[in-house]
Design a protein around this ligand. Sequence first.
Ligand code: 13P
Length: 340
Amino acid sequence: MGNNLEDIARALVAPGKGILAADESSGTIKKRFDSINVESTEENRRAYRDLLFTTEGAPDYISGVILYDETIRQGAADGTPFPELLEGQGVIPGIKVDMGANDLANAPGEKVTEGLDGLRERLNEYCELGAKFTKWRAVITIDKGIPTEYCLWTNAHALARYGALSQEAGLVPIIEPEVLMDGDHSIETAFDVTSRTLHAVFTELRDQKVWFEQMLLKPNMVLSGYDASGRAGIQEVAEQTIRCFKRHVPSAVPGIVFLSGGQTDEDATAHLNAMNAMGPHPWELSFSYGRALQAPALKAWRGAAENVQAGQAAYLHRAKMNGLARSGSYSPDMEEKVAA
Ligand code: 13P
């Protein structure tokens, strides 16, 4: 029997839950490990993912986990493959399927995400390895004169091609157009670029017959650039983000699962909380955080077996805070209580 994609998409945005993005590519996980002086060996990468995936209580707040090609083939210390371990806890395994962003030809400063060649075959293999959903990330940069329409539409076209192939394979696609928040641009510029991006993405998704009911959107929030002066506060970010998505995202899409994109973990939680406090909305508003769920766990772990419990406690705390933000029930004073 094939997967019911609508059911899987809805389960991924179940109330009180969101997604852990643990699909760092080999290059990205090396950067994360460098920050804690841990060598990026295959065993260290496995041990770190093992820490996250065996955290007791996390499945109360985590509906699914995005894995990387190496990770989906790895397993827990007792040899249980990670997809099987997660399924056993009621957590849905997924897989990053893009091959990364490369320079876009004749477009200085802009990127296009690659990985469509051979994708149909790779998707079939991931199905066999136990994946139920997939992710593809496009990267949009804000700078002088960019993004161009060329970059937006080229990335949107690739996202839609990937999305249709994923649905064909029986896997829920998570469509991730990430507008980077690096730079000193205003929140108005972020709004405008996110709006242009979503317009291109949903036009291509419709034209290429990607079923909105069977997908999730993983976007950036609408924020001031990280180097901007007078950056917008939490409430303004929440309002501008909702305003932007209401204009572009059909209500047939079951959920929007935000990326954290370099926000501090507490900002990422507070923004999501503020948006949900303004609900109800036409779609579930949830999280698919990488850094904002993992940063404190990584710091607590530092590659040492004796720190596994501390790492798991830090991860569980962030998962719980974000779980609360799903219903607007988070407040920053909950952070102090646990830290004390
Ligand atoms: P961040 O939450 O760290 O941005 O990562 C999410 C992700 O999956 C980026 O592709």
